[in-house]
Every structure is written in structure tokens, then in C-alpha cells.
Ligand binder design. Structure first.
Ligand SMILES: [Zn+2]
Ligand SMILES: [Zn+2]
Length: 260
């Protein structure tokens, strides 16, 4: 069975293709499960790189109608990839209950800093920020409202040398995933960015080998996420390569978050 739960659409304004385009691409690639997880809006503010809040209902009803139309071809799920920001504490439950989302992917790009300001991990000032970031992930999963932690090693896209803060941040994230039994995503979109030179060697920005090596021998559930922003990439070579890397490491790879 082939599945992908990390799928964007043009609604986030930095992807191409409609929901239908991704469904057709998924069928072409023999997927039997496709989950939509476009970048989720916040009700009161546009933080950019995401769908407008006014499009949320259209997005969900479009997936509902595709679900019926293609019910004999593949199974569709309605989700969003969204940051956990403390000030929106009640919103995540509303997304699931009132809006009927099947799942939420925690895609922590922005996070709440110790001074309560919203920061972006793409612009970390030091590896000290990784610890605050990791604690945000821990707080998010403790709500029980998230179903996958996307790119849990996203922070390593910054160009800092590996130090004890990195070890600590990784340990916070892995412990939280284990404690709340939530799958970690090995993100194929990081591989698409290619390898480049970092202070700790030539590597992908993420996934970071050192992070995933920590999971060797554990039973932690891992899921491959395409994180496609182009329909043709819904299950491309980088997804296959991601699966190979995880298999070589002996990780517990799952395909479907709804099947135990
Ligand atoms: Zn993301
Ligand atoms: Zn994404």
C-alpha cells in the first residue's frame, strides 16, 4: 500500500496544483491513500505562506466532493499542516471538532519564543533557540491534538555546528514523541533541497542523519512525508529514497496513521 499524508495545494500560494490535480497524480502513482495537509490559516491573522482563512471551507468541501467522486480509486483524508502557537490553544480542537478535520500535522516553522514573541526557526540566532523550539513541539504534542510531527529536525537547516544544545533539543523532541506516541515524519522535501556544506559536514538541511540515528533500535513510529508542492512529486524518487534510508536504519516505518 502506498500512502502520503503530507500534501500541499496552490491555496498556500507557494505550491501549484488543485486538490483534483493531486488526486489524479496520486492515482497515477498507485497510491491508495492521500491525505491533504495544506498550510493551515489562523482565524485572526495572515502569517503568510498559507491559505487564507476564507478558503478553509472551500478546501474542505472540495476534498469531500473528491472523496465521493474517487471513492473507488483511493481513500482521501482532510488535514492541515499547522504550527502550534500557544495563543491559539483552543483553535486546534475547533479545527478537528467544528471543521471536521481527520488529522493535524504539526509543522512547526513558527514557534513562541520565551518572550512570547512569535519567531521563525528558519532564522534561529543560535542553537539555544533549538531548545525553545523543541519545548514548543513538546507542548504541542501534549495537547493530544496533533497526529504527526512533520520534519522534527527542521531546525538543522541553520548553519550552526552541532553542540550540546542540539543533543538536548533532539532529546526533548524524541522523548515527547515517545511519551505521546506520535509518529515522526521523515520529510522527503528536505532531500529535494539537496546536500550542501554545513559546519558539521556535507548533508541535507534536513532530515539530519544524526537525528534519525538516535532512533535505531527503537519502536518509535516513523512516517515518510512527501511534503509535495507540485502534483508530480506526490510519490517521487525522494519519497522512495526516504523509505530506503529509514529501512536501512531499521526504523519502524508506518504507511497509514489510521491503521495500527
Ligand atoms: Zn512544513
Ligand atoms: Zn509541508
Amino acid at each position: 500500500m502506498k500512502a502520503n499524508f503530507h500534501t500541499h495545494t496552490k491555496r498556500c500560494k507557494h505550491a501549484i496544483g488543485s486538490e483534483r490535480d493531486y488526486v489524479l497524480a496520486a492515482i497515477k502513482n498507485d497510491l491508495s491513500v492521500l491525505g491533504f495537509s495544506d498550510h493551515g490559516p489562523f482565524p485572526d491573522k495572515d502569517y503568510g505562506s498559507r491559505m487564507d482563512f476564507s478558503e478553509l471551507n472551500d478546501y474542505l468541501s472540495e476534498i469531500d466532493s473528491l472523496k465521493t467522486e474517487f471513492r473507488n480509486k483511493l481513500k482521501l483524508y482532510k488535514g492541515l499542516e499547522i504550527e502550534y502557537l500557544r495563543k491559539y490553544e483552543t483553535y486546534y480542537e475547533e479545527l478537528k471538532v467544528k471543521y471536521g478535520l481527520d488529522y493535524l500535522i504539526l509543522g512547526e516553522h513558527m514557534y513562541t519564543d520565551i518572550d512570547n514573541q512569535i519567531k521563525n526557526i528558519y532564522f534561529a540566532n543560535s542553537t539555544g533557540d533549538y531548545i525553545v523550539y523543541a519545548k514548543n513541539i513538546e507542548e504541542a504534542v501534549s495537547t493530544g491534538l496533533f497526529d504527526i510531527i512533520a520534519h522534527p529536525d527542521l531546525m538543522f537547516l541553520s548553519e550552526f555546528s552541532w553542540d550540546k544544545n542540539c543533543d538536548k533539543a533532539v532529546s526533548i523532541i524524541l522523548s515527547a514523541a515517545e511519551k505521546y506516541d506520535i509518529p515522526l515524519e521523515f520529510n522527503a522535501n528536505g532531500l529535494r533541497r539537496g546536500k550542501s556544506d554545513f559546519p558539521d559536514g556535507r548533508r541535507y538541511p534536513y532530515p539530519h542523519e544524526r537525528f534519525w540515528n538516535e532512533l535505531k533500535g527503537s519502536n518509535q513510529r516513523v512516517i515518510i512525508g512527501s511534503d509535495c508542492h507540485i502534483p508530480d512529486l506526490v510519490y517521487d524518487n525522494e519519497c522512495i529514497k526516504s523509505l530506503e534510508i529509514c529501512t536501512d536504519l531499521g526504523l519502524n516505518v508506518i504507511e497509514n496513521i489510521f491503521e495500527v
